[in-house]
Design a protein around this ligand. Sequence first.
Ligand code: TYC
Length: 164
Amino acid sequence: MLPPMAVDARADSRVGHGGPPGGAGPAKRGSDRERTPSAARTRRSERDDPRGAAGGEGSPPIDPSKERDRGVATKSRSRAERPPRFKVILYNDDYTPMEFVVQILEKVFGKSPSAATQIMLQIHRGGMGVAGVYVLEVAETKSATVLRMAEERGYPLRSGVEKE
Ligand code: TYC
C-alpha cells in the first residue's frame, strides 16, 4: 500500500510527457518528478514575483546609471550570451558500412550504442542527420575527424558543419 504522497508523486510524473518522437528510451522518472511538481514551485514563496517572466529569473533590477557610478563595467552585453552553436551533419551514402557509422557516432560524438544506432538509421533513411551540436571549433574538428577516419578506410562518408 502506498502512502498518499507516493501516489501524488506518480501522478505528477506523468505530466508534461512531450518528448521528441521516437524517444522510446527508458522513462527518466526521477528527473520528471524534479521538473514537474507544483508543490516544489509553490514552496519557493520568497520568489513570489509579480513581474513574471519579464522580470528575468528573479534577479534584482539593475539601474545602469548606478552601476556606472560605482565603476562597474557595463558593456551592454546580455548576461546570458553564449557562443553560437553548430551542428555536425552526417550524410548518407550507399557504401559506408552501418557499423562504421555507429562506431563514429560513439567514438567521435560520445553517443551511447543505442543512440548511435538510432542516429545512423535516421541518416540511412532520411539522407542526413545531426551527430552533435558544438561551438564552431569543436564542430569543425569533429567533422574533420569523421572525414579522416572514413578516408583512412576508403569509405565515402561525408560530414559537414551547419549553424544551428
Ligand atoms: N546507407 C549506408 C548503408 O546502407 C549506411 C550509412 C548510414 C552510410 C549513415 C552513411 O552517414 C551514413 N551501408
